[in-house]
Design a binder for this molecule. Structure first.
Ligand SMILES: [Fe+2]
Length: 194
């Protein structure tokens, strides 16, 4: 049992999806990390290939929105816990993953809190609380290279290192607040997700 991720090899990755970044332009991207290497984009302009991903699921109640994430060659997303989500299904859209990693860490040293706290509220339920923020000195536990879809636990400390010479594109579908990585894993293992 892996507390950091599990694979979802059933998810089909179309050519149109791999080509999604070509339908964007520089002005439609936002920075999502603390560095200029990291960009995210909400694919509203050309949603069809993204909708076709959602249509592969039996149950999309556990899923939130999708964004296209870019880490440039040499780019690093520092160790952090996501704000506003407990996990994500990440679908690799680039070809070269030999030197491109999602890295998981254990906490060490000081933590920088995000401006947005990682607290979820759902009507009629107690708040779900997470120690969101960046951990610049965290210690590496394991690193993951993937060429198929994976569900990652973004409530654990994680980051990205792109040591390849190619742009790294990932379609990242958030687990819908306030659902958790473990709920998604259970749904997957019991055949209720896909
Ligand atoms: Fe993250």
């Amino acid at each position: 049992m892996n507390e950091f991720y599990f694979e979802i090899p059933e998810i089909k990755i179309s050519k149109a999806l791999k080509n999604l970044h070509n339908t964007t332009n520089d002005h439609s991207w936002n920075n999502y990390g603390s560095r200029l290497f990291d960009r995210s984009f909400i694919p509203g302009a050309n949603p069809t290939p993204v909708h076709k991903v959602y249509m592969q699921f039996k149950n999309i109640d556990l899923l939130g929105r999708a964004s296209l994430l870019l880490v440039k060659p040499g780019g690093v997303v520092e160790p952090h816990i996501d704000a506003f989500r407990q996990g994500a299904i990440n679908i690799p859209l680039s070809e070269n993953w030999k030197k491109s990693y999602t890295v998981f860490y254990k906490a060490q040293g000081w933590r920088r809190l995000y401006k947005k706290p990682n607290i979820y509220f759902e009507k009629g339920k107690p708040p779900v609380l997470n120690p969101g923020g960046a951990y610049p000195l965290a210690k590496e536990v394991t690193r993951l290279q993937y060429n198929k879809a994976v569900c990652i636990n973004t409530a654990k400390i994680h980051g990205v290192i792109n040591e390849s010479d190619e742009d790294r594109y990932v379609l990242s579908i958030s687990i819908r607040v306030p659902h958790t990585f473990e709920e998604l894993r259970q749904a997957y293992q019991s055949g209720k997700l896909i």
